[in-house]
Design a binder for this molecule. Structure first.
Ligand code: KG4
Length: 337
């Protein structure tokens, strides 16, 4: 009988529950919140309310899909932060009640460590990254390069000083009048466009840090200037704008990552977070393997955006080390690893 962990993720706008057995996924259920679409972004109060509505059915389904009973579980792991406080409170409070009712130990999980821990999910025929490795963590809220020394030992060696990569995609999509979230829409349009059609500003900042606000401004100014000449400029050039923007974001991300890998002489490189679903970025990682022979680890699509399997995966590693929390634990909205 393996160690069975129930994972709960509720940091933003996805309510997710998963069951892992000795690090292998038995179930992974996510309810996304369509309520935010019409606002063009996540509305925190609506997110909390939707989590409150979704959490019980999502957990019920995850347990049923896993083919187990609540009494078979060994622990409950939940996202403690960072994220939206109201959203986190739903998952944390649920975990407390469930732990009390079932007599289970609780494990608090850092959301960013959870994204990296998606790479520790055990699957037949899949190799795990060897320590130390570098992980490029790119999502709607974060853009970081992490030095991962161990399951629990992750150090941020570079991070964005302003916007995250996903945020840059989402904001540029918004000014083009595309929907939300913009990342997947830009990715799709980019596939039909010319990536060299437009040139946008790239940041020049120190070490392994990132910046995306200059790119966003440069994108905005290009649109503003070109719209003066042609009111249909966006419509006529949508695919080329998306392809050029995507190429610029990927160039910025990869340049610092390659620099860090060379400086630290680390050739095991992983990708994580919502933006890791981007086809161009995934291709850039494949190229690292093809052109440089580095070992690259790109997550399955199901583990790119927020999901509870990655939370349970981090929880499993903490369980093995006896790292539990008690009923006084409180969520946090911002932190560093
Ligand atoms: O990790 P995530 O689900 O949520 C958090 O930020 O925690 O990431 C969401 C972000 C959004 O900004 C979304 O636009 C971006 O990931 N994203 C993408 C793609 N799919 C999702 N960005 C670019 N290309 C994609 N295919």
């Amino acid at each position: 009988m393996g160690i069975k962990i129930l994972g709960i993720e509720s940091s933003c706008d996805d309510t997710s529950a998963a069951v892992l057995d000795d690090g292998r996924v038995l179930s992974n259920v996510t309810a996304s919140q369509a309520v935010h679409l019409r606002y063009g972004g996540v509305v925190p109060e609506l997110a909390s309310r939707a989590h409150q509505q979704n959490i019980i059915p999502v957990v019920d389904k995850a347990i049923a899909d896993a083919g187990i009973k609540p009494g078979d579980l060994d622990a409950i792991a939940f996202t403690r932060g960072p994220g939206l406080l109201g959203s986190l409170l739903v998952g944390t409070s649920f975990a407390k009640g469930f732990a009390l009712a079932q007599g289970l130990p609780m494990i608090d999980v850092n959301h960013l460590q959870a994204h990296v821990s998606a790479h520790f999910i055990i699957e037949e025929g899949r190799e795990l990254p060897k320590f130390p490795f570098l992980c490029l963590l790119v999502s709607g809220g974060n853009s970081q390069i992490l030095l991962v020394n161990d399951y629990m030992d992750m150090k941020i060696i570079g991070q964005t000083i302003d916007d995250a990569a996903g945020e840059a995609f989402d904001k540029c999509a918004k000014v083009m009048g595309l929907g939300y979230p913009g990342g997947p829409l830009i990715d799709k349009l980019a596939q039909q466009g010319n990536a060299d059609a437009f040139e946008f500003a790239k940041p020049n900042i120190k070490d392994y840090d990132y910046s995306f606000s200059g790119l966003k401004t440069s994108f905005l100014y290009t649109l503003r200037d070109r719209l003066k000449e042609d009111a249909d400029f966006i419509e006529k050039n949508k695919a080329d704008l998306c392809a050029s923007l995507q190429k610029t974001v990927i160039d910025i991300l990869m340049k610092k990552l390659i620099k860090a890998a060379k400086d630290l002489k680390i050739t095991e490189i992983a990708l994580a977070g919502g933006v890791s679903a981007n086809s161009g970025l995934r291709k850039a990682f494949e190229d690292l393997h093809t052109n440089r022979g580095w070992n690259v680890f790109v997550p399955k699509f199901a583990f790119t955006t927020d999901n509870a399997a990655m939370v349970a995966s981090a929880g499993y590693r903490k369980f093995q080390r006896g790292m539990f929390c008690d009923q006084t634990v409180a969520p946090f909205s911002r932190t560093i690893i």
